[in-house]
Design a protein around this ligand. Structure first.
Ligand SMILES: [Mg+2]
Length: 170
């Protein structure tokens, strides 16, 4: 079985854009992300991205935009992210269990990669990242600059690098 760090994308890997991030030009890495991914990878963690992309359901962008952004993300992060699951749904149109805070995409990843939940983590910047993670039994890390999160977490980090350093010390 593998140990894994699940990662949210917007606000964790790239700077969150209020108008959705779906163009390569908008995709700007948060400082220290490449180093953080390398640290986790070197410590034996599988890296799985789980991201809500409701802009697809809303007709703002398409699957091909997400594919292009993710190809670019892989390129600029050194191909360290092992797998990506994204939800194209939004509750206005479809009540999908795959959209966070639903846990379906986590469960798919756990089955696909034979992940050991007891040794695995979720790093996210929203309550909806932490709710499904806690339900499944993952250790949760909340990225929150001011340190006043709305959702309980096992650790509050200021960014992914801070989270990665804490994870490898556990
Ligand atoms: Mg986010």
């Amino acid at each position: 079985m593998r140990k894994c760090v699940f990662l949210d994308r917007d606000g964790v890997i790239n700077i969150d854009d209020v108008n959705y991030t779906y163009k390569v030009e908008q995709f700007v890495l948060v400082k220290g992300v490449k180093e953080a991914l390398q640290l986790l990878h070197d410590n034996g963690y599988l890296l799985v991205l789980i991201t809500n992309q409701s802009g697809i359901a809303k007709g703002i962008y398409g699957h091909e935009d997400v594919t292009k952004c993710h190809a670019y993300m892989h390129e600029i992060t050194g191909h360290l992210i092992d797998d990506i699951f994204y939800s194209p749904y939004h509750q206005t149109f479809t009540n999908s269990l795959g959209r966070k805070p639903g846990s379906l995409l986590f469960e798919k990843a756990i089955a696909k990669h034979d992940i050991d939940i007891s040794k695995s983590y979720m790093v996210g910047d929203r309550g909806r990242d932490l709710v499904p993670a806690r339900k499944i039994g993952l250790t949760t890390v909340h990225i929150h600059e001011e340190g006043h999160p709305s959702e309980p977490a096992d650790f509050i980090a200021k960014d992914l690098l801070d989270a990665a350093k804490w994870i490898i010390e556990q």
